[in-house]
Design a protein around this ligand. Structure first.
Ligand code: WT7
Length: 659
């Protein structure tokens, strides 16, 4: 347990919801929250049925809310039909939002482009008609490998319009990761861009698609559609490649949405687990969209006049739910940002909030921490140098926010007037699960506070029994909820074993350790499996280990996390080479070679921050690597645990010294 987590547990400050905010909030005051909580607890199906009827437009109404007959393969609204894109776009044309700005896009270099709901609808229809003209249809799967852009939203929405299941791959992932996902998902279509712009630099994207397809096993891919972002030079396969504009521009702006079953997989998104192979998290159409829209209204208190900005990338679930689907389903105006927080300088976020009069800002603790440092280094980049008076609500996501960062965010960005919603959720949960409601919940810095209505979050022991407040345990969700993961694509056994282990009475196991205090507030203590959280991104230690041992020089590798001031956790790798242990300059050179290798195998986010070489790894007599000890060593701490079961205790001294 890291120091910052210990300090969280003694945190006693409480910030009640500001009265002005509570007065106008969609869910107002403790009584407003309690009423929804009670309704959902007393009659879950009645509650979810009411929500689904009131918030979504169904082309065929459902008659059954929840089908538990094949639990944990739950079905929600299972005989209903709808179209997700129609609920995000056409619904807004019908309710008077046609000329409302849907997206304000700001490019890396600062250019701004705006589209109304009508324009976005037309772009989506044209592209969908283009896809249709190539024969793509309901049941197909596409890979989307695009930079942050209006086009990324258009591509996802166009797939949803036709019932094509999309799988978005973050632009920072390597061709190898891309290949893994194209083949696992069985994609027949890839949508990419020539290049992406980040921090003033052009970074190629299409070449990674070419490389991935050349690796073999991607024969199902019929087309690669390319969005021209920079006009940079790329290789072209005339039989397979098509410019997005050539395909879409001439098409009709009307495309009838294809009604799909509520359970039809809207998307598959890969995330790290405790084995080397990422899991394809499969989400539904109806239940997922319902929760995306409801949490916009509850957590973010969505109002017609809001300018919403979620800084995530659509390559992660946060970008799916709180960029592509939630804000549009809720009829909001939102910012889509291509660039990075530090370009052209570390005032970028604050300048954008000022320029676009952002009301609701949702970002990750790692970004906040790095901007704290930058503002300390240069006052010109401090939020106080900008007019942030448009803000009314702040959000945090991806990892626990340490109370120091929370207080800074509250004071310097929120001007002490904006509530902060610290939202706990996961790729698998589809949307927020535990979070304050800004007009109802007293805030405690470092706690994601209380469960949302209908979400039966609890802390249990290894037999599924409830744990007393103030004691640590496994975070579970006892009852199913509409936006839950439906399956791991192609691996139902792994789905059951990972999320519904038999000892836990059918509860959903989140994989986080946590505790709950007397007020029902949750404090997340970190993952219980071999998954790290680096800059709010999930990374399996096994994935990094597999990448390292795939290098010709490496005999063995063990990867652990170490607390890091900026990124939350940092990757530390302990490596045994096939040759003798390198020292000095040679160790530095091989270390660099291996770090670059990991970036190429997985992506730059997986690069170890530090690599230490040893003659061996600490192992038990039965040959099991003692990661527990490596975590201590990685932190630079003295091993005080019992090492009597260790085959080779002396190795700890060798590994304690950074190269
Ligand atoms: C893991 C899920 C949530 C969408 C983005 C990440 C950690 C997430 C919080 C929070 C403490 C958090 C958990 C969780 N996490 N939000 N507010 N407080 N921890 O989704 O990649 O699926 O990662 O991120 O450990 O299990 P993800």
């Amino acid at each position: 347990m890291s120091n910052s987590i210990q300090s969280v547990l003694v945190e006693t400050r409480v910030f009640p919801p500001p009265q002005d905010f509570a007065k106008q909030a969609n869910v107002s005051g403790a009584a407003g929250y309690q009423a929804l909580l009670d309704e959902a607890d007393q009659n879950p199906e009645g509650f979810w049925g009411r929500m689904a009827r009131e918030n979504l437009q169904w082309t065929k109404p459902f008659t059954q809310v929840l089908d538990e007959s094949r639990a944990p393969f739950y079905r929600w609204f299972g005989d209903g039909e709808l179209n997700v894109s129609a609920n995000c776009l056409d619904a807004n044309l019908k309710n008077g939002n046609a000329n409302k700005i849907a997206i304000i896009f700001e490019a890396d270099g600062g250019e701004v482009k705006k589209v109304t709901y009508q324009q976005l609808h037309d772009l989506v229809c044209k592209f969908a008609n283009g896809l249709k003209s190539l024969g793509y249809k309901h049941g197909d799967r596409s890979i989307i490998y695009l930079p942050m852009s209006i086009e990324a939203v258009v591509a996802m929405q166009a797939c949803a319009r036709l019932g094509i299941t999309h799988s978005v791959v973050f632009g920072g992932f390597s061709s190898k990761s891309l290949h893994e996902r194209i083949t696992d998902v069985g994609a027949s279509l890839v949508i990419t861009a020539d290049e992406q712009m980040r921090g003033g630099k052009a970074i190629p994207l299409k070449p990674a698609v070419d490389e991935a397809i050349a690796m073999g096993g991607c024969e199902a891919v019929r087309h690669c559609i390319v969005y021209k972002r920079t006009g940079g030079k790329i290789a072209w396969d005339a039989k397979r490649d098509i410019w997005m504009s050539d395909l879409a521009d001439k098409q009709s702006p009307v495309c009838e949405p294809v009604a799909v079953n509520a359970e039809h997989p809207l998307f598959i998104l890969y995330t790290s687990g405790s084995t080397g192979k990422p899991k394809g998290v499969q989400h539904s159409s109806g239940g997922y969209l319902l929760w995306a829209k409801l949490t916009m209204q509850w957590t973010f208190d969505a109002k017609p006049s809001d300018i919403f900005w979620c800084t995530a990338d659509v390559g992660w679930v946060t970008g799916h739910t709180y960029i592509t689907y939630g804000p549009l389903a809720a009829g909001m105006t939102q910012i889509v940002f291509e660039g990075v927080p530090t370009y052209p300088d570390a005032g970028r976020f604050w300048k954008m909030i000022q320029d676009h009069k952002v009301t609701t800002f949702y970002t990750a603790p790692t970004a906040i921490r790095s901007l704290i440092k930058a503002s300390e280094a240069n006052a010109a980049h401090h939020p106080k140098s900008y007019d942030l008076s448009s803000l009314r609500l702040l959000g945090s996501v991806g990892e626990p926010i340490n109370p120091e960062a929370w207080m800074w965010y509250h004071t310097n960005v929120g001007g002490e007037r904006c509530p902060i919603v610290d939202t706990w959720w996961q790729t698998e949960t589809g949307g927020h699960m535990i979070t304050p409601l800004p007009g109802a919940t007293p805030l405690k810095p470092g706690s994601c506070t209380t469960r949302l209505p209908g979400i039966t979050a609890a802390i249990v022991d290894e037999t599924g029994g409830d744990v007393e407040p103030g004691h640590g345990g496994f975070l579970v969700i006892k009852r199913p909820w509409p936006s839950m993961i439906r399956n791991i694509w192609g691996d139902p056994d792994r789905f059951e074993k990972s999320y519904f282990p038999s000892e836990l009475r059918g509860y959903y196991l989140a994989g986080d350790g946590a505790q709950c205090d007397k007020d029902g507030c949750f404090w997340i203590m970190g993952r219980i499996d071999d998954v790290l959280n680096v800059s709010g991104h999930r990374l399996g230690t096994m994935e990094v280990e597999s990448a390292l041992v795939a290098h010709e020089l490496v005999a063995e590798a063990a990867v652990v996390g170490r607390p890091d001031d900026t990124t939350g956790e940092a990757v530390v790798a302990f490596v045994v080479l096939k040759r003798s242990r390198p020292e000095g300059d040679e160790a530095t050179a091989i270390g660099k070679q291996l770090r670059d290798w990991v970036a190429k195998e997985i992506g730059p986010i997986a690069k170890p921050k530090e690599i230490r070489f040893g003659d061996n790894l600490p192992k038990t007599r039965s040959g099991k690597i003692m990661r527990r000890l490596l975590r201590v060593v990685a932190k630079g701490e003295q091993v005080t645990q019992d090492v009597s079961t260790l085959e080779n205790p002396a190795i700890l001294d060798q590994l304690s010294k950074p190269v």
